[in-house]
Design a protein around this ligand. Structure first.
Ligand SMILES: Nc1ncnc2c1ncn2[C@@H]1O[C@H](COP(=O)(O)OP(=O)(O)OP(=O)(O)O)[C@@H](O)[C@H]1O
Length: 224
């Protein structure tokens, strides 16, 4: 379980996040939606510990916690081959993961010797997720994961994540602007507006059949 109490974040005197209470059950896939600048990345980075809050408390009660994240901006040493990057992270995490299988899963076997900065946008995105799996995280942040992926790979990545979560107890934070993606992967979604949670929805199967309702909730929550 992750519990957030009276969390605030300001830059200079500008408050960008103000969340009085949020509980995220373990092994839950939480979608985080909201307009540009509403605080999604700030909230998820604070939960992951890569950014510090101005005040408030975050309790991370996850057994044997292993974290990882995929961000738009995350980059790797541009001149290293994918194989070398994976070797580096495998060593860093002291991981026993079968990385050949990971290369296969993401259809990147033929690019092992290529440098990261020579990959296309979509290939980079797939590779970032491959690296995020090396330490078998049980807390995983995916921030705009499928931006720059084609339709086929977007679907494949959704399946890879759903299968991973089925086989490994994981708390997933999925930041996305895509209602379909959220509905496919998450069982709950929070909507942020101006740094506050303005809606918190359980994504039941019935709800998922009526995605236009979710779309309306997103528009309503952020227009009012
Ligand atoms: N380093 C920073 N310094 C000053 N302001 C910042 C900084 N990082 C973020 N902000 C501000 O905090 C607010 C929330 O930004 P954040 O990146 O969390 O939004 P977001 O919902 O993830 O947006 P997007 O959908 O555009 O990625 C914005 O107003 C942004 O300008």
């Amino acid at each position: 379980m992750i519990e957030i109490i009276n969390l605030k974040k300001s830059y200079s005197k500008n408050e960008v996040l103000n969340i009085s209470n949020l509980k995220i059950e373990s092994n839950q896939c939480l979608g985080i939606m909201g307009q540009n600048g509403s605080g999604k990345t700030t909230l998820s980075e604070i939960i992951m510990g890569s950014k510090k809050q101005s005040s408030g408390e975050i309790k991370l009660e996850i057994e044997n916690i292993s974290k990882n994240a995929v961000f738009q901006e995350c980059q790797f040493e541009p001149d290293l081959s994918l194989k070398s990057i994976v070797k580096f992270y495998k060593g860093l995490f002291k991981s026993k993961e079968d990385t050949d299988e990971l290369f296969k899963r993401f259809d990147l076997e033929n690019l092992k010797r290529k440098r990261f900065n020579r990959l296309s946008g979509g290939q980079k995105q797939k590779f970032k997720l491959l690296v995020a799996f090396i330490n078998r995280p049980n807390l995983l942040l995916l921030d705009e994961l499928t931006t720059s992926l084609d339709y086929v790979w977007r679907e494949k990545i959704h399946k890879i994540i759903i299968d991973y979560v089925k086989n490994n107890p994981t708390t997933v934070l999925l930041v996305s602007h895509d209602v379909n993606e959220i509905a496919k992967i998450c069982n709950r979604v929070i909507l942020l507006d101006n740094g506050s949670i303005v809606n918190d929805l359980n994504l039941t199967d019935d709800f998922k059949k009526n995605l236009d309702i979710l779309e309306k909730e997103v528009v309503y929550a952020t227009d009012n």
